[in-house]
Every structure is written in C-alpha cells, then in structure tokens.
Ligand binder design. Structure first.
Ligand code: GUN
Ligand code: ZN
Length: 407
C-alpha cells in the first residue's frame, strides 16, 4: 500500500482551502485509504516527501489535443487563427501514426503539469479520436474524449458529411462509454458555424436520451457571433444551441464571453456548464469572461487550458490568468483551486470520486516540490498559482497509478 508523508492542500468550498502540514496519505487499489497527521507509531513505513505538497489532481475542462504542437501561433482573432494555424495543424492527425505520436506527447505533458483529468477535443477523424483513447488507456489518463465534428463551412481536409460525423461519434461512444472507470466519450460539435442543424439535432437527441456529455464553443468572438446570426437568424447564439437540443446538465460550453442576460438565463435554466479559458480569451483578443455575472446566475464553472489558443497545459498558469484577467472581481486562490478541482469534478458527475483528497475517493494527486526556503504554510497555494513555474512537479498519480515521477 503506497503511503506518502507530505503537506496537503485540499479544496473545502469556493472560499476556503485547507493546508495540512505533515500528513500521511495512503492508497490501496487506487482508492485513498488513510489521510491523517503523521503518526510516528503508524507511519514509519511512509515515503517522506516533506519538501513537497500534494493536491487533488487538476482538471482541464477544455483542451484540443490535436492543437498541442500549434500553441502560441499568434493571430489577434479567432476565425483567421483557425484558418491559418489550427485547421492545417488538425489535418495532420488524419495520419494515424501522427495522431498516436501527438497523443503520447500530449498525455505525458499533462501528467508532467499535474493534470489528472481532461475533457478533450480531438481532430475530426475517427481514427484520431480512437488513437487518443488508446493512448489515454495505455498511459492511465482519466478523460472524456470526443471527435470534433465539422460537416459544413470547413476546409476540405477536415470536412465530413453528416452521417460520417454522427455515426462515427456514436460508434466511438459505444466502444468507450462503459469500458473503463477512467474514460468516457463526449459528443463534440465544434461550434454552430461548422455544424449543420441536422447534425446538431441528431447529437442533441442521442445525447439527451443517453445522458451523454456534449461539448462545444459559445460566444467567444464578435465576428463568430455575427456569423452565427447570419447563418441561423436566431435571437442569440445561445438560443441556436437551445433550439437544437444541445444544452443541458451534461453539456460543457467553452468561453461564453459575450452573453446577454437572456442568454445567461437560458444557460442557468438548462444547467449548462461553462469551461472558462482565460489564457485563450486574451491570446485571441476574444474578451473578458463575465465571471461575476455567471457565478451570480448559479452557473457551474470550470477552467480550461484551451490549448492551442491556450499556451500551456499547466493549470496553475490558467488559475493565474483567471485571476489576472478579471478587472473587477478578485478570484482568490481557494476559489481558483475550487474551479480547478471540485467544481469541475461535479460538472463531470465525478464529485464522489475525484476533486479532493478524501477517504474513499480515488487517489488522483499531483505533488509539487516546494521551492527552497519557502515557509510551510497556507500561503503555498497562492504561491503555486502566482509563480507556479518554480514549483516542479515531482509526482502525478491517477487512481493510484504513478503516471509521472521526477526526483
Ligand atoms: N471555436 C471553434 N473551434 C475552436 C478552437 O479550436 N479553439 C477555440 N479557441 N475556439 C474555437
Ligand atoms: Zn476550444
């Protein structure tokens, strides 16, 4: 039974995180079986990591695997960025060998950043999505993975017909849905401009009948919103998805920046969850996320790296960006941790399994080395978020399996 003696940081509520100095965390068969202050009589056998701190593994609620090697390609607006940099990068994953290689790089980098759970868009090819699942399974990741769907207004290299998009999504879900406790499928219509109404209706119907997850993008950029208006002529972007049956408690919408009060009310009423992607929002000059309005409306919010518009898989970096990129609303370190862990776990329906370090929950942990000379106190969480690059990841564990280790 692995047992580690270290310092723990745990989310308690949106306004509180606890710091537990010199504790022992043990796990058995992937599940946390002991968590207590270090006890000389019981815990002599513990591996000592007192110069480290452990947190629940981070959850990245929105990330594009096939864009991993196309990060940081600057373009000051979403639509030209997609055309110039992203669509060509995603087209490379039409080759299975490439899709497998990039998936390996991607999951290894996630673990090295302390991320244990990820909600992933792959390139719009069945075998690229299949490759991502196989690599995730082999390396031990916890993830929801979906094949990005594009059946109109897309470059030829990525465009598929409606039946390819729908039937392969269903086939991938049937293959992966009940196969492992760590993996599941998520239907992934890219965004309204590249998906036909027929495709979105089919996805909405299937997903609601099966309580399956859906992810997409909503109201990220003003030109995108104008395009949606031109294509659908509806009262709002959110209304387009609502009318097509895409919204609901198992739907995660990325971005959600430029929203009217009516749109926020629709999202709240349908219990749609939001993936906030602060780094990406500023990289592409999309705008400032209306955190306070969405929080006050009771929306469930997690954080997404949105790689490749996000520049790194490091979730402490995205926590820092979420703080820096609110001009009037201070997001405190406990609140950022809450969104990175418990809030996202609850969005995925996994709040009893992951999101905090508790007896009986799965052993999903990230362990960071504390920089020399740093005092051992509750301020460590703030330091991790604001100068995270100096905290080296020493261990990442998913359901008891060490998926990354560095001395
Ligand atoms: N909207 C549609 N596709 C994408 C994408 O790949 N990245 C981002 N940031 N927004 C999108
Ligand atoms: Zn995205």
């Amino acid at each position: 039974m692995p047992k580690i003696r270290t310092n723990l940081i745990n989310p308690i509520s949106p306004d509180r995180a606890e710091f537990l100095a010199d504790h022992v965390i043990a796990y058995d068969d992937g599940v946390i079986s002991a968590l207590r202050p270090y006890d000389l009589t019981l815990d002599r056998d513990a591996e000592s990591a007192l110069d480290c701190m452990a947190l629940p593994g981070f959850i990245d609620l929105h990330v594009h695997l096939s864009q991993y090697r196309a990060r940081g390609r600057f373009e000051p607006a979403l639509l030209p960025w997609l055309e110039k940099h992203i669509f060509p990068a995603e087209a490379l994953s039409a080759h299975t060998d490439y899709a497998l290689e990039i998936a390996k790089d991607f999951f290894r980098a996630l673990f090295a950043a302390g991320t244990t759970t990820t909600v992933i868009y792959t390139a719009p090819f069945r075998q690229a999505c299949q490759a991502a699942f196989e690599v995730a399974e082999e390396l031990g990741a916890r993830a929801l993975i979906g094949m990005t769907l594009m059946d109109r207004n897309s470059p030829d290299a990525l465009l598929h017909d409606t039946s390819y998009a729908y039937e392969n999504s269903v086939a991938l879900r049937e293959r992966w849905h009940d196969r492992s406790t760590l993996l599941d499928y998520i239907f992934t219509p890219r965004f309204a401009p590249t998906c036909s109404t027929e495709l979105m209706e089919l996805i909405g119907e299937y997903a609601s009948a099966q309580s399956a997850f859906i992810q997409s993008h909503l109201s990220e950029n003003k030109d995108e919103i104008a395009w949606v208006k031109e294509l659908f002529g509806k009262a709002s972007y959110t209304q387009v998805y609502a009318d097509l049956g895409i919204l609901g408690p198992h739907t995660i919408m990325g971005h959600a920046i430029h929203l009217s009060e009516e749109e926020i009310a629709i999202l709240a009423e349908t219990q749609t969850a939001i993936a906030h992607c602060p780094d990406s929002n500023f990289f592409l000059k999309s705008g400032e996320f209306p955190y306070q309005r969405l929080w006050d409306a009771g929306l469930r919010i997690g954080l997404g790296s949105d790689v490749g518009a996000g520049t790194t898989l490091s979730m402490p970096h995205h926590a820092q960006m979420a703080n820096y990129r609110q001009s009037a609303c201070p997001l405190t370190p406990p609140r950022l941790l809450w969104h990175l862990t418990m809030a996202s776990a609850a969005i995925l329906g996994w709040q009893d399994r992951i999101g905090s370090l508790e007896l009986g929950k799965d052993a999903d942990l990230c362990v960071f080395r504390i920089p020399d000379g740093h005092s051992l106190d509750a301020g460590l969480l703030s330091s991790l978020f604001f100068y995270g690059a100096e905290f080296k990841t020493c261990r990442c564990i998913v359901r008891g399996r060490t998926v990354y280790s560095q001395d």
